[in-house]
Design a protein around this ligand. Structure first.
Ligand code: SF4
Ligand code: SF4
Length: 287
């Protein structure tokens, strides 16, 4: 008989993730571990009132930083009002595919970043050094649009982090990382920052995950440092449908922790194979 899934203690709320656009995205990447797309409404977009309520709850709990994700956050008509709400309270990270960041949007973001007391950081996703490598994973024309978005950010004075999911395994090697860093320098980023993301056996990405049956965590895998290393020890995720331990498990119904953030301030069960991936990769969604 397999061991029961271990619970991870919840230490405190450092980071609140908000799935502002739900699972709505302008593209439908082949490896998206939450299966987002133009018509995917597993999670609907959050309203401005829902975002404000969650941020106020988090602030009262001493939350130190905020992160917006989706789907694609720049599809939300109220995104800039949401940005203002978060930036008034702490540093903000926005995850984006970069495709909707035109020069005016980049300028607007840069002005907010300059005016804010807290930092604004953007993380743009790419999955290759070229359209030939990226677009079979993310969609036709995505490489050109995403790199244009990165150039627009740089021109406005914002240097984004770039996230690469290692579906092309060579990107995780020293040579692969160097090639990616060279690409980012070529896009004008003076101090390139890469975030490498392992493939998770979830959503559309489950089709490209190779391990079968997937391993799971047991209590023996964890130690006293685990709540500090795994992001679910110090972070939570809210969507329009409730609260979750992290951005990775939002489509796993058994992982749902309650209707809002206050219901999720307790240990979470590390029952999913994705938890094993987090553990072995020491992975966190944080930058
Ligand atoms: S990986 Fe990101 S950009 Fe691609 S479909 Fe999912 S949410 Fe959209
Ligand atoms: S997937 Fe990772 S971050 Fe999410 S609950 Fe499991 S271990 Fe924690």
């Amino acid at each position: 008989m397999s061991s029961p899934a271990p619970d991870l203690p919840f230490l405190h709320l450092d980071v609140l993730w908000l799935q502002v656009t739900g699972t709505i995205c302008n593209i439908a990447c082949r490896h998206c571990f939450i299966s987002c797309g133009p018509k995917v409404d597993i999670h609907p977009p959050m309203t401005l009132a829902q975002v404000e309520d969650a941020i106020r709850q988090a602030e009262a709990l001493g939350c130190r930083a905020y992160a917006f994700t989706g789907g694609e956050p720049f599809l939300h008509p109220d995104l800039f009002a949401m940005i203002d709400l978060a930036l008034a309270r702490g540093p903000l990270l926005i995850l984006t595919n970069g495709m909707r960041i035109d020069p005016a949007t980049a300028t607007d973001l840069a002005e907010r970043a300059r005016a804010a007391e807290h930092s604004l950081d953007l993380r743009v996703s790419l999955d290759g050094l070229s359209a030939e490598e990226n677009d079979p994973v993310r969609g036709k024309g995505v490489f050109a649009a995403a790199t244009a978005g990165i150039r627009n950010l740089v021109a406005a004075g914002l240097e984004p982090t770039v996230a690469v999911t290692t579906v092309h395994a060579h990107h995780g090697s020293p040579d692969g990382r160097q090639q990616l860093l060279d690409l980012l320098r070529g896009l004008g980023i003076s101090r390139p920052r890469l975030k490498l993301i392992p493939p998770f056996a979830l959503g559309r990405q489950a089709r490209v995950a190779l391990l079968s049956p997937p391993p799971r965590l047991t209590a023996e895998h964890l130690d006293e440092d685990s709540p500090w290393v795994l992001q679910c020890g110090t972070g939570r995720m809210v969507t329009a449908r409730g609260a979750w331990p992290c951005p990775i498990l939002v489509n796993v119904d058994e992982a749902r922790m309650g209707d809002d953030l206050r219901d999720a301030l307790r240990p979470c069960a590390l029952a999913h194979p994705a938890c094993h991936t987090c553990h072995v990769e020491a992975f966190t969604c944080r930058s």
